[in-house]
Design a protein around this ligand. Structure first.
Ligand code: ADP
Ligand code: MG
Length: 677
């Protein structure tokens, strides 16, 4: 059995929780069984036992009765064992999902227990354990396991399972003790005790996960050295006072202050900057890079795609016109001669800011004195690439990771909990929320007419086709078909159309993109390669074809391409007539809200935490009982309490925190633990 369940220690066994409890005092009549019942328990006498069928259809059929009727129980596996176990004329408690065959009730592989006078109804709530198929096939696995756990609890006491959580916290939140909670997870006297046990275990799980994360973060803060950017100098001041084209939002100011305090702390910064699409992350990054330059340091800004890198470069070049700073662009398509010049300037220190794709972290790029690195849209970067950054100077540069994929707060607290975290939770003033509608194929010509009316007013439109796989031929065919169709609605020379997709050469992509940016073309037909970051404030319509094929965060990203200027913008989600329930839900959410954080929470809910793009350390987001969404209040409480404890007692030296220290030490020593999960 040990092998079957991959359980290793007694502690593991005690943490192998039942997935439900059966109320053993409740007995159903055979007469009352119906197909809607999830589970039923009958008290029945065995009348006869027969083998039916042969080969793979071979099965054991028992006929049972109670005072209200007769039913069959069927076994397809473990026949020999069950046959030996059953005695005709004996009374059993049978538990399982009632099924119906030709209108007659039956149960397949029920859990069976003999009813003797003393033991029959001894426990009020009996645990039912998750087990492997092989064990279940014997029809009794849960029973044996339950007896085993019962045995363990008879042999141990609370001294064997000492408390881990500080007493003060137990008192403050009225938590059950550890031993009591574990016992009541398995054998609760009442539902009330079971619920307290669940609450205690969830608290413990989230508390310990927070402890791990915050210790990690603390360790980094205590021991990692970082460059000190003491000065606010000429670059920053002259830009801020003379070249900033708008007032910063309150959120931008707040975030810059947060970053600045990291930059003078003497510790290396590792900060995640979250900001919904259009919240103005670029300017924050630029101001930080100017601070770096003021202190004699070089910076890099790394974007996930060439188009984005170019756009960042153009934005920064434009913004910094008039201040004497050296900004260069390095991507895979920069020609050898220009590349050499850039590399020379990087090495000599003449270069202040290097913008580019992952080309900027290649070994060939030697910076004289890099002090600051910005990673835009970080989920497209791997850990290895981030590690490459570390080698670029004697002390690693400060790192600002920017993402527009809103990460739900709860996930940020857990999966990304060891990074510091800033949010741009305010959009620049004057933005009108995008109006989103969902339409079916049949509305196509109306939609095209609508685009025409927008173009007439001088606006531009995007038409996006799904590209599920880069290599999918069908997706490209659909895109090309779509392009031809759009061309027939919008004939040249009255209308001009750009097209961008992943199979184009970078030059062609860039030309097409650039024409759209310059309002030289009216319509951009493309795939999700335009998804991140593209900024064309004059575009007011985003049509998403086959919208049911996109995930929520992708839809939100795409919608973020419009609504960036002063005009009212529209997002039109086009789908087939029939879409799945889940797709319907996704489209419904998009229509309902523009709030990226709400959408991210919904995404998390629909897909589950393990599936969210860019998540790491899955061990910190998947728990036995706790759910970071449903239990977010417990999560935040646990986070606060861990923070308080580490503030007062950072190395967990006090007697009250000793159990936590021992727990962490054991955890480190026994690396097997991490493998189990
Ligand atoms: P994102 O956070 O999506 O990367 P960007 O940095 O591209 O957003 O900014 C989106 C647009 O908003 C840009 O055109 C930028 O110039 C503009 N912007 C940024 N901050 C402000 C502000 N405080 N006031 C007005 N416009 C701003
Ligand atoms: Mg951006």
């Amino acid at each position: 059995m040990r092998k079957e369940l991959s359980l290793f220690t007694v502690a593991d066994i005690l943490h192998h929780f039942p997935f439900r409890h059966i109320d053993k005092t409740k007995i159903d009549n055979i007469r009352d069984l119906n197909p809607a019942m999830e589970f039923a328990q009958v008290k029945v006498v065995l009348l006869s036992l027969n083998i039916a069928g042969s080969g793979r259809a071979k099965r054991l059929v028992g006929l049972f009765r109670d005072s209200t009727g007769i039913m069959e129980m069927v076994w397809f596996q473990g026949i020999t064992w069950v046959e030996k176990f059953l005695r005709i004329g004996t009374t059993y408690l049978a538990y399982g999902k009632p099924g119906f065959f030709l209108g007659k009730p039956q149960m397949a592989h029920p859990e069976l227990e003999t009813v003797s006078l003393e033991s029959g109804l001894k426990k009020f709530l009996e645990p039912v354990y998750p087990s492997t198929e092989k064990l279940k096939a014997r029809g009794i696995s849960g029973k044996i396991f339950s007896q085993f756990v019962d045995d363990v609890f008879n042999k141990i006491s609370s001294a064997d399972l000492p408390e881990i959580l500080p007493e003060e916290i137990i008192k403050k939140y009225k938590l059950s003790g550890r031993f009591e909670a574990l016992k009541n997870m398995h054998f609760p006297p009442t539902i009330k005790e079971f619920n307290s046990a669940v609450r205690r275990i969830k608290f413990e799980e989230l508390f310990l996960a927070q402890l791990h994360i915050q210790i990690l973060k603390q360790h980094r803060k205590l021991f990692s050295k970082g460059w000190v950017f003491e000065k606010v100098g000429n670059y920053f001041n002259s830009f801020y006072n003379n070249h900033l084209p708008f007032d910063l939002t309150g959120a931008q100011k707040k975030v810059i202050k947060e970053i600045r305090s990291d930059l003078i702390s003497g510790k290396q910064m590792n900060r995640l900057l979250q900001g919904d699409v259009g919240s103005g992350k670029t300017i924050v990054a630029l101001l930080c890079m100017l601070l770096a330059a003021d202190n004699g340091f070089q910076s890099i800004l790394m974007a996930p795609t060439e188009i984005l890198a170019i756009q960042h470069f153009n934005a920064i070049a434009e913004l910094t016109e008039g201040i004497n700073i050296n900004v260069k662009l390095l991507t895979g398509s920069v020609k050898a001669k220009e590349r050499k010049k850039i590399l020379d300037e990087a090495a000599s220190g003449d270069l202040n800011i290097l913008v580019g794709t992952h080309a900027v972290i290649e070994d060939k790029v030697q910076m004289k004195n890099i002090g600051f690195a910005v990673i835009d849209e970080q989920h497209k970067f791997g850990v290895a690439q981030r590690a490459a950054l570390w080698k670029k100077n004697v002390i690693p540069p400060h790192v600002l990771v920017m993402t527009a994929t809103p990460i739900p707060r709860t996930l940020a607290l857990t999966a990304y909990g060891d990074l510091d975290y800033s949010v741009l939770d305010e959009l620049p003033p004057g933005r009108k929320p995008v109006t989103t509608i969902h339409r079916h194929e049949s509305a196509r010509s109306q939609i095209m007419d609508f685009i025409k009316s927008q173009i007439k007013e001088g606006r531009q439109a995007y038409l996006i086709y799904p590209l599920i796989e880069e290599s999918s031929k069908l997706d490209y065919e659909n895109l090309m078909k779509g392009y031809e169709e759009v061309k027939s609605y919008f004939p040249e020379p009255k209308y001009w159309i750009s097209m961008v997709h992943g199979k184009m050469t970078p030059e062609l992509k860039e030309t097409n993109m650039q024409r759209f940016v310059e309002n030289d073309t009216h319509i951009m037909v493309g795939t999700t390669v335009i998804e991140v970051g593209i900024n064309v404030p004059n575009a007011t319509v985003m049509v998403i074809e086959s919208a049911e094929k996109f995930g929520l965060s992708q839809l939100h990203q795409l919608r973020g391409r419009v609504g960036r200027g002063a005009e009212q913008s529209y997002c039109i989600l086009l789908s087939g007539q029939k879409v799945s329930q889940e797709a319907k839900e996704r489209l419904g959410i998009m229509v309902e809200t523009n709030d990226g954080f709400k959408i991210a929470e919904k995404d998390l809910e629909l897909r589950g935490p393990g599936d969210i793009q860019g998540t790491r350390q899955s061990g910190t987001i998947n728990f036995k009982l706790a759910n970071i969404l449903a239990d977010r209040i417990i999560l935040e409480t646990a986070r606060d309490e861990v923070e308080n404890i580490l503030k007062i007692d950072p190395t967990l030296e006090s007697a009250e925190h000793l159990p936590l220290k021992i727990y962490l030490d054991n955890f480190k020593k026994n690396s097997d633990w991490s493998k189990i999960s």
